[in-house]
Ligand binder design. Structure first.
Ligand code: SF4
Length: 320
């Protein structure tokens, strides 16, 4: 099947001042050569610790940021070369749901204005038609028309995230980028919101790039999962395969932190040494080597590349 989204060798470096006195410059390599594709109707989970570049990747895909290098194709349209009119159309087809439902909704706007804003910008509905469409969208996300006249502060975190989802759906997108959509919510609410994403995908045939810092969150919703570390994808596989047979030591450590519910399964927690290094001073060789419990000779000098080690299972590690 033709992919809906293709990301090729995407890079985003942010220049920063390094020294206090001599104006020395350096780059924060937030995203450093990321490639993946998502098929229509598929969910790709993108996982990693905060600061690994996953949210920057999302913003690049949507062209909310200009890249340092690389390409993104939406269908056949090269996103970074799109003109104003093409970009306007792409913004309808690709929508984002943000992490923080508390700060992503304008507190001065009513729910009707928030959800209906995209309908106005894209001239999709006005007047009574707009009111009916907003009511329909609210029902789709488990709210009701009685919520239209209320303001964000009157809602719980989970409800606000539902409003954010309705806002994203208003313009009829095909691709939804969910940037840590449940991280700010109570654990008890997280599953409800993830179920809503799954239901909506079934109803509307949506394609998802679903970002999270926790492998547990993306487990059920993702068809495939990509694990990011310091601006790069270190492992990518079908969801079942990744959870059953994680190859990269970083993925193994992330998975070991998830509590197992089956008492017959034993999993030893792998504690990683130290924090992720700064993306300004990226370690030589394998970027994970200072924290890797399995590092060996070539790891601190030779850079591993992402290779397909079994059908559909990609890993960047000298062990394979
Ligand atoms: Fe660990 Fe070496 Fe593999 Fe990097 S390449 S993950 S340091 S074993």
């Amino acid at each position: 099947m033709e992919p809906l989204l293709v990301v090729k060798d995407l890079k985003k470096y942010f220049p920063v001042k390094r020294g206090l006195w001599f104006g020395e410059r350096a780059d924060v390599r937030a995203v450093d050569g990321v490639s993946f594709a998502i098929a229509r109707g598929e969910t790709l989970g993108l996982v990693g610790e905060s600061g690994c570049g996953k949210s920057t990747t999302a913003r690049l895909v949507l062209r909310l940021l200009e890249p340092t290098a690389g390409e993104v194709y939406y269908g056949k349209t090269p996103v970074f070369k799109a003109n104003r009119e093409e970009m306007h159309q792409l913004r309808r087809k690709m929508q984002i749901v943000f992490q923080d439902p508390y700060s992503s909704l304008d507190p001065r706007m009513s729910v009707k204005e928030i959800v209906g804003e995209g309908l106005v910008i894209h001239r999709l509905a006005r007047g009574q038609e707009k009111t009916e469409r907003v009511a329909e969208l609210l029902e789709m996300v488990g709210l009701g028309p009685e919520h239209m006249g209320r303001y964000p502060h009157e809602f719980s975190g989970g409800q606000r995230q539902r409003i954010g989802i309705a806002r994203a759906l208003a313009v009829g997108p095909e691709l939804l980028i969910a940037d840590e959509p449940v991280s700010a919510l109570d654990v008890s609410i997280q599953a409800q919101v993830i179920n809503l994403f799954e239901d909506l995908q079934g109803q509307l045939g949506l394609t998802y790039l679903f970002i999270a810092h926790d492998l547990r969150v993306v487990k059920h919703i993702s068809d495939r999962v990509a694990v990011m570390y310091l601006g790069q994808i270190v492992e990518l596989a079908e969801s079942d395969e990744l959870y059953r047979n994680p190859l990269h030591p970083y993925t193994q450590a992330l998975l070991s932190a998830i509590p197992v519910t089956d008492p017959k399964t034993k999993r030893q927690r792998i504690i990683l040494e130290g924090d992720p290094p700064s993306p300004i001073q990226v370690p030589a060789g394998c970027r994970f080597h200072p924290r890797c419990p399995k590092r060996f000779d070539p790891c601190d000098t030779e850079t591993p590349v992402l290779r397909e080690v079994s059908p559909g299972h990609w890993v960047s590690c000298h062990l394979y």
